[in-house]
Design a protein around this ligand. Structure first.
Ligand code: ADP
Ligand code: GN1
Ligand code: MG
Length: 370
């Protein structure tokens, strides 16, 4: 795939921004899509901004289905937010179609691009700098889940098949180890052994789902702290973004992925592993806030499995980073050599820490059983 910048001008001309475009630059810290902020200058008011994204072709094979999902979900959320007397333009994303009226624009190189208004007056955080911030994100992701409870799940395409199928992620890792196409296995035998020692864990949530103990819901599936925009005045969660993976899933995926990313005091790619530790207090804070957001809708089984959500999402993400390192960094954007291996190591350090604190995590969630 060519650099997104190569077709940027063509893409800017494909959309009607309502005013002259004065600049478009790369934006944000996402690992998947190519994101740009576009500045326009209307005559009668200050600069208006937009988010322009080229969807990752490595991650998303069917941009048409992906955009159908996103348009369906954003419109549904907008209506729900209006019903609750919220401000739809700030609390829900909105897709702006290209001039040709399609759901997205396909450039001359085959790249698929979409446009959103920039949600102003918000901040996107890369780390949970305070418990209040982390709690606000938990309430927002819980509420998101709650707002989508009546969404017709059978109309959603599976944008990435087996996205949180940890068993399948393990199969893919084993295949990458077997192929060892870049000779990188020698760099990461301890990490491979770490996963193999936890092979049975990969089936825990899936078994509970297969046995009918955990229900499928419409979930976000990528609940990192930087996928919620926070109101810059109140500090509350304002708008959930990055809706690429909204699909039927288990609630513990949404809970767990937030814990994986936010219940610690390090970056996902920290290389000093002594700094990488689970903060049990933050786990407790997020649990309370997320359960407040979902507003009593979880079953006791779902609540009891929340620690497994945290452990599995972290183990699975580490498996994904490790697999991507072994196959040559095809999926996650990297900024340095061994970046995906560094990311994998932080995840496994967190998994080990969760195991150490397991009984505390179970005690925390047990308080909420009905
Ligand atoms: P990725 O899938 O690559 O993570 P995201 O959709 O999360 O892409 O976008 C990347 C970043 O762009 C976000 O973390 C956020 O900082 C910013 N962003 C995305 N959409 C908006 C928006 N509508 N308004 C303001 N900022 C946004
Ligand atoms: C990706 O898109 P982004 O950067 O918010 C990835 C998540 C991973 C995360 C790890 C579609 O999230 O699944 O957990 O990186 N998203 C996709 O940081 O694969
Ligand atoms: Mg993102």
């Amino acid at each position: 795939m060519v650099q997104a910048e190569q077709t940027l001008q063509e893409v800017l001309e494909a959309f009607d921004f309502g005013a002259p475009v004065v600049g478009a630059i790369r934006y944000g810290c996402g690992h998947i899509n190519d994101t740009f902020v576009v500045h326009t200058q209307p005559e009668d008011r200050c600069c208006r901004r937009f988010i322009l994204q080229r969807m990752s072709s490595a991650a998303f094979k069917h941009p048409d289905q992906l955009m159908e999902n996103i348009i369906g979900v954003t419109e549904f959320l907008g209506r729900e937010i209006e019903k609750h007397h919220g401000d739809r333009s700030r609390e829900a994303m909105e897709v702006i179609r290209p001039k040709n009226g399609a759901d997205y624009y396909t450039d001359s190189q085959g790249g698929a691009w979409r446009l959103y208004p920039f949600v102003e007056g918000t901040v996107c955080h890369q780390a949970a700098d305070s418990p209040e911030l982390f709690a606000a994100s938990g309430r927002a992701f819980g509420r998101f889940q709650q707002l989508l409870r009546d969404y017709p799940a059978d109309t959603l395409y599976e944008t990435i098949p087996n996205f949180h199928n940890t068993e399948d992620r393990l199969v893919k890792l084993k295949a990458a180890v077997e192929a060892d196409k870049l000779g990188r296995v020698k760099d990461c035998q301890p990490e491979i052994d770490f996963v193999l020692a936890r092979e049975a864990d990969c089936s825990v949530a899936l078994n509970a789902q297969r046995e009918g103990r955990l229900p499928l819901r419409v979930t976000h599936n990528d609940t990192k702290l930087n996928n919620v925009l926070m109101d810059d005045k109140t500090g509350e969660g304002m708008c959930i973004i990055d809706l690429d993976t909204v699909m039927p899933g288990l609630v513990l995926y949404d809970f767990g992925d937030s814990i994986r990313f936010g219940a610690n005091h390090c970056a996902e790619d920290e290389t000093d592993l002594s700094k990488v530790n689970l903060d049990v207090e933050l786990f407790a804070t997020y649990t309370a806030a997320f359960l407040e957001g979902v507003d009593g809708s979880l079953t006791n089984e779902e609540i009891a499995y929340l620690p497994w959500g945290a452990k599995l999402m972290t183990l699975e993400c580490g498996i994904r980073f490790l697999t991507d390192y072994l196959v040559g960094d095809e999926y996650f954007h990297i900024a340095r050599e061994r970046h995906n291996l560094d990311r994998c190591r932080t995840q496994f350090k967190l998994v080990a820490d969760m195991e150490t604190h397991w009984s505390e995590l179970e005690r925390i969630v047990k308080q909420y059983l009905k």
